[in-house]
Each structure stands twice: as structure tokens, then as C-alpha cells.
Design a protein around this ligand. Structure first.
Ligand code: C2E
Ligand code: CA
Ligand code: CA
Ligand code: CA
Length: 276
């Protein structure tokens, strides 16, 4: 027998069991949290650089955890991957966002568009486009008020044809398509022509790293030449904003303007921003 073999087992087993136990516990809590309605969206403004108006908001999931307070996706999103819960969370996102948009439309809040993040699991059934169209109709929200954000990897995985069909169908109704985290995944430039893409989102890792300046500039030029608007996320500093503006970036999003906020704070943000 190899020396240490038994030791390895003794050392590793408890740690592994703990990890599995943790995931099971998280899944149990997440299921319960969904039932209790503890998941809701925060909204982060996206600003049009040229006109300095709020172009819209990105809807970002939060978990109002009974003991731990407001949790961001980093603390819970992994539990949803490859489970039926991802579909449930997707439904929560659309219902919360569309209900909120309906309320803002009724109240005359000029929120522009709302962007919702969509995960791979949501494309799997092939019915996503129809479901979104139904929800929009049910809430009476015009499709032109909605953007869906899809990462490159969604385009690259299983069933690219299902994804393409879904995205094309949505695009035909007037929903905008944003390619999220552009440059961090495996998509090639050819993908940009295969699917309708209205917005290119530059990942914050590029925006915040001065060494990636050439990448940022290249993505902005690429978007412009392909007729897409380019959105830079993670803008925290005035210098970053100035650089992006100089390069001709269309939209910016980041703590420099505002962190994601509860829906209740959006009307005041919009009126304060348009007055400034
Ligand atoms: P993402 O789609 O790339 O969203 C942008 C993330 O950057 C958000 O993190 C946002 O809060 C953060 N952010 C924005 N501006 C700044 C900044 O200036 N500085 C820094 N440090 N961060 C900034 P968040 O809210 O934690 O969400 C993380 C990820 O979780 C999202 O990344 C997205 O992939 C996923 N996600 C969030 N909500 C949903 C959802 O409803 N459905 C799905 N499928 N995924 C979601
Ligand atoms: Ca996003
Ligand atoms: Ca992003
Ligand atoms: Ca990102």
C-alpha cells in the first residue's frame, strides 16, 4: 500500500462531506427562500454618456436572507446552476421586473429599459421566447422596454440552434439582445454575426484594469463598426468614465453613478439624475 494513502482518505473525506452537506443545506434554504418570496431584484442605472440621461437599468437578483441580510448572487447563484431552481429563479426575475415596469409606467417614472440576465437553463425548453412574449402581454409592457442579457457561453454550449431561434424570435418582437461579459468567454467574432446582438457589454475586469485599455478601445470600435451600442460595466472612477467617453463608448454602468438599488429608490434617482 502506498504510504499516506489511508491518510489522504482520512484527511479528504470529512472536507468533501462538508462540501456536499453545505450544498444540500444551501439548496434546502434556497428552495425555502423561493417559497417565502425572499428573492427580489435590485436595479442599477445605465447612463448614456452622450446625452447624460438614464438609458435604463440592469435588474440584479438579491436574496433577502432572514438571518444574513441582503445577499448578492456570488453567495447563492452556484446553487441554482443545472437545477430546476434556475427556471424558478428566472420566472421570479421576469415577474418581478415586469410587475415593477408596469408600476413605473403607471406612475410615469422614466426608467428607459430594463435589462434582465438570462441563464443557459432558461433556453433549454425552447419555449423561452414565447414565455417572455406572454409575460410582456400579460403585464402590458411593450417589448421595446426590455433587454435580455446573455453571456457568450450561452451561445457556445449545447443546442446553439435553440438559442439562436429563441434570440431571433425575441429580437423580432423588439426585445433588445445584449451580449454580456464580452471577451471573457469562448465566443468568436463570428458569433457576433450569427445572432442578433444590439448591445456589447464590456466586462468590468477590462474596464477596471488600465492594462486592458487596448481591449476596451477595440471592443468599442468593434461595436461601433457593427452597429451595436457598447456598454461598459464596473465604472467606478471619473478617469475611467473620461477614457470611455473619449473612446466613444455609448453607455456606462458602475458605482461611479450608483450601486444596484431597491426598486423603491429608482424614481428618486431618475428625477435627481435628470435634474443634475
Ligand atoms: P453581471 O451580469 O456581469 O452583472 C454586473 C455585476 O457587476 C453585478 O454584480 C453588479 O452589482 C456589479 N457591478 C456593477 N457596477 C460595479 C462597479 O462599479 N464595481 C464593482 N465592483 N461591481 C460592479 P452582482 O449584482 O453581484 O451580480 C453578479 C452576477 O450574477 C451578474 O453579473 C450575473 O451574471 C448574475 N446575475 C445577477 N442577477 C441575475 C439574474 O436575475 N439571473 C441570472 N441568470 N443571473 C443573474
Ligand atoms: Ca449582466
Ligand atoms: Ca456583465
Ligand atoms: Ca460580469
Amino acid at each position: 500500500a502506498k504510504a499516506g494513502g489511508r491518510n489522504r482518505c482520512v484527511v479528504f473525506q470529512p472536507a468533501m462531506r462538508t462540501q456536499v452537506e453545505q450544498r444540500v443545506e444551501l439548496l434546502r434554504e434556497v428552495r425555502l427562500g423561493l417559497e417565502q418570496g425572499e428573492f427580489d431584484l435590485y436595479y442599477q442605472p445605465v447612463v448614456d454618456i452622450g446625452s447624460n440621461v438614464v438609458a435604463g437599468f440592469e435588474a440584479l437578483m438579491r436574496w433577502n436572507h432572514p438571518e444574513q441580510g441582503v445577499l448578492a448572487p456570488g453567495a447563492f447563484m452556484a446553487a441554482f446552476e443545472d437545477t430546476d431552481l434556475a427556471l424558478k429563479l428566472g420566472e421570479v426575475a421576469f415577474e418581478r421586473a415586469l410587475g415593477q415596469m408596469r408600476a413605473w409606467l403607471d406612475a410615469g417614472v422614466d426608467f428607459g429599459r430594463v435589462a434582465i440576465n438570462v441563464s443557459t437553463e432558461q433556453f433549454r425548453s425552447g419555449r423561452l421566447a414565447g414565455e417572455i412574449a406572454d409575460r410582456l402581454a400579460r403585464w402590458g409592457v411593450p417589448p421595446s422596454r426590455l433587454t435580455i442579457e446573455v453571456t457568450e457561453n450561452v451561445y457556445m454550449g449545447w443546442g446553439a440552434d435553440v438559442v439562436a431561434q429563441t434570440v431571433c424570435a425575441l429580437h423580432d418582437t423588439g426585445v433588445l439582445i445584449a451580449l454580456d461579459d464580452f471577451g471573457t468567454g469562448y465566443a468568436s467574432l463570428a458569433n457576433l454575426r450569427q445572432f442578433p446582438v444590439d448591445r456589447l457589454k464590456i466586462d468590468k475586469s477590462f474596464v477596471q484594469n488600465a492594462e486592458d485599455d487596448a481591449i476596451v478601445r477595440a471592443v468599442i470600435n468593434l461595436g461601433a463598426s457593427m452597429g451595436m451600442k457598447v456598454v461598459a460595466e464596473g465604472v467606478e472612477k471619473a478617469e475611467q468614465l473620461a477614457t470611455l467617453s473619449r473612446y466613444g463608448c455609448d453607455h456606462v454602468q458602475g458605482y461611479h453613478f450608483a450601486k444596484p438599488m431597491p426598486a423603491g429608490q429608482v424614481p428618486a434617482f431618475v428625477s435627481r439624475f435628470s435634474a443634475s
